[in-house]
Design a protein around this ligand. Structure first.
Ligand code: V47
Ligand code: SF4
Length: 395
């Protein structure tokens, strides 16, 4: 099958040599990555990325049972792409919120008795949500439900709260680990290039600081995710630079679990004049990321951001994870114009999405331990559907 791709007569010698490298399990260079972005045709990229995906994960397509807590959308920063945040002076805006510790614990308690395995905590940055606040929150969650994996906050928050508490990155990271934070989500990475970052996300932690905090976290033996915000004012060159910096850190620590490309959504933010990229470009981006990041085990299409249909398509373009049930607990992407306005999927719906494109639905925990293989599991809804077609025909 791969041979068929290489044998295409119209393939340039550069593309053939890249394909040969990928099939031989060799790493491609940044120049070759750039060439894929600039010249790679969709079906060619898809075949190569699918080869890598199947080599690493077969048909397995991972999801989890999770919910989010977004402590506040008030923020001291003013990222130009952010539709979700409000400045402190807008605290009376009906679309702003700031939960107390007790309100956040109520959200956790709402899931008592439900089979969720992960809480994902991320939101705006505010002085009152400081190191003391978050370490207390993590302790309270763990004491209420020790088995719930706490995936919380990004270097954007950590840089801010450690500075305010006058602790070093190393001390701060140890403190949050000891208080019950289990892993870091991938947010806040945006684009590492300083010139682009300055224009879209001035003042918050730099790309270098983002990488440094993840490195320290990995050296404590913990895992994290990585993202890239694409499809705004960056060029392919900036994307490759970003991917290259992630690949280099991953060589050093091996601590990243999954890479999540985040498509710039343009509703109601200061960059709304920039048109969103096409679905073809989204699929090309998933594919190039999968091919380039040879040392990442997983690439995720976050369905509340990209929509469930494109998430399904992405499974043929290098993606092997579509995130979780979510239960309508995040507003970041509904406020930015995603087609998913109330993101919530039942297990049966997630499984159905994955099965319909011929892949194996696997429920995982945050660290990719397999919890259940749903390939052959039948849901009540499947039975009802089959029953409908099996009704005896009355003449
Ligand atoms: O850092 C904000 C992005 C991120 C917009 O680790 C936007 O499993 C596009 O990182 N258009 C936070 N993107 C979300 C995030 C994440 C999501 C799902 C799973 C995981 C994980 C991590 O959202 C921010 C920023 O890059 N973002 N606004 C927007 N208008
Ligand atoms: Fe604040 Fe995060 Fe939005 Fe930036 S992306 S304004 S840091 S909430």
């Amino acid at each position: 099958m791969p041979q068929l791709l290489i044998d295409r007569p119209e393939l340039s010698s550069e593309m053939r040599s890249i394909a040969e490298k990928v099939y031989a399990g060799q790493r491609i260079t940044p120049e070759e990555g750039l060439h894929l972005y600039e010249e790679g045709e969709l079906s060619f990229l898809g075949s190569l990325a699918n080869f890598v995906r199947e080599k690493k994960n077969g048909d397995n397509t991972y999801f989890n049972k999770n919910f989010h807590i977004e402590p506040t959308n008030l923020c001291v920063y003013d990222c130009k792409f952010c539709s979700y945040s409000r400045l402190i002076k807008q605290r009376n805006d009906p679309n702003s919120w700031a939960y107390s510790m007790e309100e956040m614990m109520d959200i956790v308690r709402n899931y008592d008795g439900q089979p969720v395995t992960e809480v994902h905590i991320v939101g705006g940055v505010l002085p009152q949500y400081d190191l003391e606040f978050y370490t207390t929150l993590f302790r309270q969650i763990k004491s209420h439900r020790p088995g719930l994996h706490v995936k919380a906050l990004t270097p954007v928050e950590y840089h801010y709260i450690f500075k305010k508490a006058k602790v070093s990155y190393e001390e701060g990271m140890r403190m949050i680990m000891e208080s019950g934070c289990d892993s870091l989500p991938g947010g806040g990475a945006e684009i590492f290039d300083p010139e682009i970052r300055e224009q879209i996300a001035a003042d918050k932690c730099t790309g270098e600081q983002w990488l440094q905090l993840h490195e320290i976290w990995h050296k404590l033996g913990k895992r994290s995710n990585a993202t890239m915000l694409y499809g705004h004012i960056e060029s392919y060159h900036h994307r490759i630079d970003h991917l290259q910096q992630l690949r280099t850190l991953q060589d050093k620590t091996g601590g990243f679990q999954t890479f999540i490309p985040l498509k710039f959504r343009n509703q109601d933010n200061q960059m709304s004049h920039i048109p969103e990229q096409s679905v073809i470009e989204d699929l090309r981006n998933y594919a190039v990321s999968r091919i380039f990041l040879d040392n990442f085990d997983h690439v995720k299409a976050y369905w509340p951001m990209i929509g469930r249909t494109v998430a399904q398509l992405s499974l043929s373009f290098g993606v092997d994870d579509i995130d979780g049930t979510i239960d309508d607990t995040t507003k970041i992407y509904s406020m930015a114009g995603s087609e998913e306005q109330n993101p919530a999927l039942t297990t049966a719906e997630l499984v159905d999405l994955i099965r319909k494109v011929g892949r194996r639905p696997i429920e995982r925990d945050t660290l990719y331990n397999v919890l259940e293989d749903y390939t052959e599991v039948e849901f009540e809804s499947d039975k009802a559907f089959r029953g409908y077609f099996e009704l005896p025909v009355v003449s």
